[in-house]
Design a protein. Structure first.
Lengths: 312, 312
């Protein structure tokens, strides 16, 4: 049965094992990830891909800083845009190749994607999302003087925190929908989308980063997607992680997942669990959190943490 | 009469009067340019936009250099990709706004676009396209040691030269065509497209920049575009520029334009003239070279240097 599937690729799909985001490391990780994605596409499903961009934006911020005396720095919305295109065409090159090797004629496209956020989102007054590299206090101070917010993170040094507002609407949803309907595998809303707020008759970018899993849930809902796959570096969501009672969650519901959410603190699993729950609560058939190499099994319903409205 | 029109925006559509490519300068220039574009869209034409990216890529190269000791530099194909997204969404924000103000409901989209080039293009062995900033000899030498090619340009210093291979095919043509057919104003092939060469079953990026006007001619031909507008900073192509015989060319043919081409040396007018000639020779009805503020007049056929197969 042909289904519409949105796959949200985590950092490990596009950075080296050490989190490195060199061009070579990114290409190698994407090439590996696309072998898994190609299996799903080749099975005949409609596939939309979205992806994270944390380490990549981190690199761009360093370049901004170190060249600021020669070249005007660009804001965060521009950094997000930059990574949409570089990761997008890297995914296309790798996926085109993987599909061709399988004899699958499906084509790919990357759509630059803006995500509307609320200018009054609390994140703008109390930013909480850490991004970029750690710096010693004296260097952080120089950037604080430029208007950035940095926090003392202890032994590792200071780190910039920025707004991570709720995604309200994927502005460029319709071209994505049109291309999916034409048979394209579409890369969209990378890095959660370029954050924009209303401005007169249109929109303008803002200094923020949107959580890519929360935007993925929104995109999956609005594209009437059957399955949302959140691909990360673990096979399952775990309870009691690191304790003798540690166990993999194989099937669950949004309500039970939310009960567990407190356990995940503010770590990277938190937004994944929240995104999975939101998608199913909004009427999506299933959300699956699993590792990259198990995407095809997840889509087949035989692996991963599968979230549905009620366990069957 | 509704026609399909490709508008190639020159550097002055997205940089400050001094060539500056700060975020504010780019936004201001794009906002102004989109007022002209909106008139054409609002008249009911199908419009595809492409754009240059020279100063923007120049900025990215400086960042690459100055942060190289901390962050791995990215190759030119990545820089081109980065500018497709930043300029693309800046255009969308400005055009969405300009269209909304006119009460025009047309929507916009930006497609990340790869352009296939020949790995044996002579440009790769004898690069001729100067990019980025001038540097003193000692700084240039460090970059030469990294494998880059720099040339002594006299009083202003040394400058990097790179391959500018012939565009052979716009790889991501089909999604552009599909979105145009759905009524979108599509931004595509920015900076001439991300240069890629065949690699196994797929494609890989290469260190090069493709001339945006030559790619525009290819894109216009393959989209069966009626009119190619090359928008730049002069109202007309001139003959005898700076002499008492200076005159604006208002109507001409590819053959006569080619006869004049030698006069333009290797300056920025040369590829514009070549692109206009190629498009008409390939069967396009008309190519028009004019200034940004006269785009609408050009489309109406009342202004600019109009190139057709035979003068009427």
């Amino acid at each position: 049965m042909q289904r519409r599937i949105l796959i949200a690729l985590g950092g490990n799909a596009m950075t080296g094992p050490d989190g490195g985001a060199s061009v070579v490391a990114q290409q190698a990780a994407v090439t590996e990830a696309m072998k898994s994605v190609a299996v799903v596409v080749d099975a005949g499903h409609e596939v939309v891909l979205t992806h994270g961009n944390g380490p990549q934006v981190g690199n761009l911020l360093v370049k901004n800083e170190l060249a600021a005396h020669v070249v005007p720095p660009v804001p965060l919305d521009w950094c997000v845009a930059q990574t949409q295109a570089t990761i997008g065409f890297t995914i296309q090159n790798a996926l085109d190749s993987a599909l061709h090797e399988r004899g699958c004629g499906r084509r790919t496209a990357t759509v630059v994607t803006r995500t509307a956020v609320d200018p009054d989102d609390p994140g703008f007054t109390l930013p909480t999302k850490p991004i970029g590299r750690y710096l010693p206090a004296d260097q952080a101070r120089l950037l604080i003087e430029l208007g950035q917010i940095w926090q003392d993170r202890g032994a590792r040094g200071w780190r910039r925190v920025v707004a991570s507002p709720e995604p309200l609407r994927v502005l460029d949803l319709e071209p994505v929908r049109a291309l999916v309907a034409e048979g394209y595998v579409v890369v969209a809303a990378g890095g959660g989308g370029i954050p924009v707020v209303p401005d007169g008759a249109g929109w303008r970018g803002v200094e923020a980063v949107v959580d890519k899993d929360l935007t993925a849930a929104l995109l999956a809902r609005d594209l009437a997607t059957d399955t949302l796959v959140i691909a990360t570096d673990v096979d399952h969501v775990m309870v009691g992680f690191g304790t003798p009672e540690q166990a993999a969650i194989t099937r669950t519901t949004p309500a039970r997942l939310r009960d567990l959410a407190a356990e995940f603190g503010s770590g990277s699993m938190r937004p994944k669990v929240e995104a999975a729950a939101r998608f199913v609560e909004a009427g999506g058939r299933q959300a699956i959190i699993t590792s990259l190499r198990h995407i095809a099994d997840a889509v087949a319903g035989t692996f991963g943490t599968i979230v549905t409205a009620a366990d069957d």
